[in-house]
Every structure is written in C-alpha cells, then in structure tokens.
Design a protein around this ligand. Structure first.
Ligand SMILES: [Zn+2]
Length: 261
C-alpha cells in the first residue's frame, strides 16, 4: 500500500538490491522510484528497473553533478528517457544553500535543459530545490511543465505556496518524523491530493531508525507519522498517495491484482 517516490539504490550490488526490494515488498511497499543523479548511475537505474517489477526509474543530472558533464550528456539523457520503465526526469533542480556547491550559473542551464526534455516528452520532473523553490517552480512554469514533484521538501510557507500555486506536488521524507521538524505543523497546509512520501534512501532514515542507513522498507514510518499528524487512518493516507502517484507519473503501471482462479 505504500509507495517510495524517491530512493537512491544505484550503488547497491545485485545481491543487496534483491534484499532491499524483498524487504520493502514484505512491509507493503508496492513501488519504488529508483532515482539517478548522473548519466552513469542512470544506466544502473535502468538495469535495476529491468530486473524488478516494483522498481520504476527517474533519470537526470542533480545540481551536485553539473560540473564536468560530457558533451553528449543531453543526448544520452534523452535516449534513456524513452525506456518504458523511466517515468520521470530527475533528480534535477537548484540548490542555493551552500557556496561550495556548483555555481548557480552552471546549475540553472542544466536544470532548464532537463525541463525542456521533460516537456517535450510530457514527462513529470523530480525537483531537488533548496533555498530556491520560487525560482525552480517559476522555471518549471515558464518552460511549460505541468507535472512536477518537489522531493524531500523542507521549505517554509512561502516556498510551499510557490510549489502549490503552480499546481505541483510535494514529497515528504523521514524529516517529518523528526521531533523538531517544522514540517510537522506545515503539513496541514499541503492539500492531501498533492502529497507524496519518500525515503531518499540511503539518507534521512525516519524515527525510530534515525541515523541508520535508510531503505525503502522504512517508508511506512513516514506514511504512518503523516497519518498520525493529520488524524487519519494510515490506510486512507496510503490509498491517497497511490492515487496521487498514478496521477503524477502517468507511465507508471501498478502491478496487476492476482487473478482469481
Ligand atoms: Zn535524492
């Protein structure tokens, strides 16, 4: 009943991945978006998605990987986007929180080119945005993007408005389970039909596993905490997230129900 909308599994060996996917399935995770950050791990994402029906992929260049891109990166990316299990462009975006990150003058054009690739294929885009939600949402809008998910949202009211007013989706990670997180109040301002959840594995493990290596099986702790905060049954939150996910990621096909004998 749960969907992990954002996980980085590309560093896992075939053996590790099989354990990760089995464990997730055993805790009720129906689908996981295996997310790339550069062209090399994008190929790994595709390889993994071909081996597991539960894995769907997103390929893109993250704001941390925009330096020293090969000249062919855009064509390479575009050819990967046509794969049937690649359901989104990403992660990509802008991170303006640290001067040691790649310069914004480099982050911006690489982000914008990926917006164009997404728009031309009518694919949703998975955005990493820190300290730049107004700008990233505005660039999405200006480039004709209809569907976008702002992953691991940690912004304030104003950034939330910039995302919602443009019709985009918000994905919450394990941060919402951290006792001092402002997201615990902010969540009431997110319309339930625009909400998704994720682990951002291997980072940001939710309470009660905080500090350990994260994995998709733990996404239910995010979903259950959100249900508690909103005073709703977790089954209802799980179903709503599945609906939202299918509306946003239109190449996604849920696994068929087992047919009765
Ligand atoms: Zn990520």
């Amino acid at each position: 009943m749960w969907i992990d909308s954002h996980a980085h599994l590309f560093d896992s060996s075939d053996n590790e991945l099989s354990l990760i996917v089995d464990e997730a399935t055993g805790t009720g995770v129906d689908a996981i978006v295996s997310t790339a950050t550069d062209i090399i791990n994008a190929r790994q994402v595709i390889h993994h998605c071909e081996n597991y029906s539960q894995l769907w992929g997103a390929v893109g260049i993250s704001p941390f990987d925009v330096t020293d891109l090969p000249a062919t990166w855009f064509d390479d990316l575009c050819s990967l986007l046509d794969h049937p299990k690649i359901i989104a462009v990403g992660e990509t975006g802008i991170d303006a929180t640290n001067p040691r990150y790649p310069p914004l003058s480099l982050q911006r054009p690489v982000f914008e080119q990926q917006l164009i690739a997404a728009r031309d294929r009518q694919l949703p885009i998975i955005i990493h945005s820190r300290g730049a939600e107004k700008e990233t949402a505005g660039l999405c809008r200006a480039n004709g993007i209809v569907f976008a998910m702002f992953h691991c949202f940690t912004g304030d009211h104003r950034s939330l408005r910039a995302i919602l007013d443009n019709g985009y989706y918000v994905s919450l990670s394990g941060i919402v389970t951290f006792p001092r997180s402002e997201l615990r109040d902010l969540i009431r301002n997110i319309p339930i039909e625009r909400l998704l959840i994720e682990t951002d594995s291997p980072y940001l493990a939710p309470v009660p596993h905080r500090g350990k290596k994260n994995r998709p099986a733990l996404v239910r702790f995010v979903g259950e905490e959100i249900a508690r905060l909103l005073g709703k049954p977790s089954g209802q939150i799980g179903r709503q997230i599945q609906e939202n996910f299918a509306r946003l990621f239109q190449k996604y096909r849920p696994a068929a129900e087992p047919s009765p004998h």
